[in-house]
Design a protein around this ligand. Structure first.
Ligand code: CAA
Length: 385
């Protein structure tokens, strides 16, 4: 009998604050429709001063561990573009906060927004070799661009924790994958910067090229026909990006384009903003929470990391997936965010760069874990309760 491997559980977390794009539009003298319709975003999450990728990643992972325990977890893979240390993996902080057993390997992965999907692929490989194990994948990011740039409204913050296992509850991932790499300077972040540099137009065309390229590769690897895929979920730097790429694919394949079939996967990302490595998985969470019964249906997941790497994978939704819906939980999480004025957001943005200077952070977040500050140059985290 063939071993089924895939996604057993999925949880998401986001920042403590929210900035409504209507407020940013008013400040910048931009028609709000440019944001709501033109880029397809309504708001973005902003971390509190005592939040970062570690606290958001740990919050998402806690939910998964609370449901499943730590049994079988021998690997933690943390994917991020916005790492907090050049040496220590963010997952080691999470390991400590969650009290995971010592007999666990932990490592951090990076390739812009693609790292989460790379981590899931590595996890699937580990499970194929050791089916009794489980791999905890965490994807967390704070998307930061300079203020007063075209990219400012496409910031955001969030995390996803994905438990990868044999005989999964949610999605069985199929073996064929379409991959695509091209060396392109569309978005990058040099080591001395806390905000990304981006060539917006190039990034949009590089994303589309990677999607179509990954599709062709998937086809060459024996992947399914377009008509055999019930839903697509895309990396969503802004939700309109998914529509642009998908329209191009339908032209490429020669099939009609239906916007409505993509829109359910946009619901959460429209509110969190870009979450880089977590974006695709937050999109998947929205689809699984909100769509009709998808049992037995094939879904396609497209990941894109600037620079650039794209990957398209497919999976079959498991029969009992609806028992694991978290719709109310995510709605509460989004509604609980504390709104910021544009001035307050910009103050937080200016203070947001990582530092090795000793500093204590004010107690703000209501999440389970907080970044307490830097002592002796080292970051310290603690439970809030
Ligand atoms: N009403 C409705 N729509 C309006 C409008 C209005 N009043 N005014 C403008 N628009 C529309 C425009 O027509 C345009 O639509 P189309 O793209 O369909 O033509 C859209 O709003 C955006 O307007 P602009 O083209 O003027 O865009 P901009 O210069 O303001 O910037 C951006 C848009 C380039 C995406 C910029 O936000 C950016 O650089 N973002 C960061 C980069 C990014 O997210 N790239 C995505 C691919 S890279 C990736 O995926 C990796 C990653 O996560 C970063």
């Amino acid at each position: 009998q063939t071993l089924r491997v895939g996604i057993h559980d999925l949880a998401i977390a986001t920042g403590h604050h929210v900035l409504e794009l209507d407020d940013l539009a008013e400040r910048l003298g931009v028609d709000p429709a440019k944001y709501h319709v033109g880029i397809g975003q309504d708001a973005f999450s902003v971390p509190a001063p005592d939040e970062d990728i570690v606290t958001m990643g740990a919050a998402a992972a806690k939910e998964v561990i609370d449901r499943h325990g730590v049994e079988g977890i021998r690997t933690v893979l943390f994917a991020t573009e916005s790492g907090v240390d050049q040496s220590k993996a963010a997952g080691v902080f999470v390991h400590g906060l969650l009290g995971l057993p010592q007999n666990v390997r932990v490592v951090e992965l990076k390739q812009a927004c693609y790292g989460g999907t790379a981590a899931v692929q590595l996890a699937l490989g580990i499970i194929a070799r050791a089916p009794h194990e489980r791999v905890l994948v965490i994807a967390a990011d704070v998307a930061r661009y300079d203020v007063d740039t075209a990219a400012e409204p496409t910031q955001g913050a969030g995390a996803a924790a994905i438990l990868v296992s044999a005989d999964p509850d949610l999605i069985e991932i199929e073996p064929a994958a379409g991959v695509f790499t091209a060396d392109v300077d569309d978005f990058w972040r040099p080591n001395d910067r806390s905000t990304a540099l981006v060539d917006g137009r190039l990034s949009v065309s590089a994303y589309v090229d990677a999607f179509v390229g990954a599709w062709d590769d998937l086809a060459s690897q024996g992947g399914p026909a377009y008509g055999d895929i019930a839903r697509f979920v895309h990396h969503q730097p802004f939700t309109k990006m998914a529509l642009k790429a998908h329209r191009k694919l339908t032209q490429h394949v020669g099939v009609p384009f239906d916007e409505s079939e993509l829109a359910l996967g946009f619901t959460y990302n429209k509110q969190t903003g870009n979450t880089y490595t977590a974006s695709l998985w937050i999109g998947l969470a929205a689809l699984l929470d909100l769509d009709d019964d998808l049992a037995g249906e094939r879904i396609a997941l497209f990941s894109y990391g600037s620079g650039s790497v794209g990957e398209l994978i497919t999976g079959i939704v498991r029969p009992d997936h609806q028992q694991h819906r978290r719709q109310g939980r995510v709605r509460d999480l989004l509604e609980a965010r504390v709104p910021l004025t544009v001035d307050a957001y910009r103050e937080l943005h200016a203070a947001g760069a990582a530092t090795s200077e000793d500093v204590e952070r004010p107690r703000v977040t209501a999440a389970p874990y907080r970044f307490a500050g830097v002592r002796g140059g080292a970051r310290h985290y603690e439970a809030t309760a």
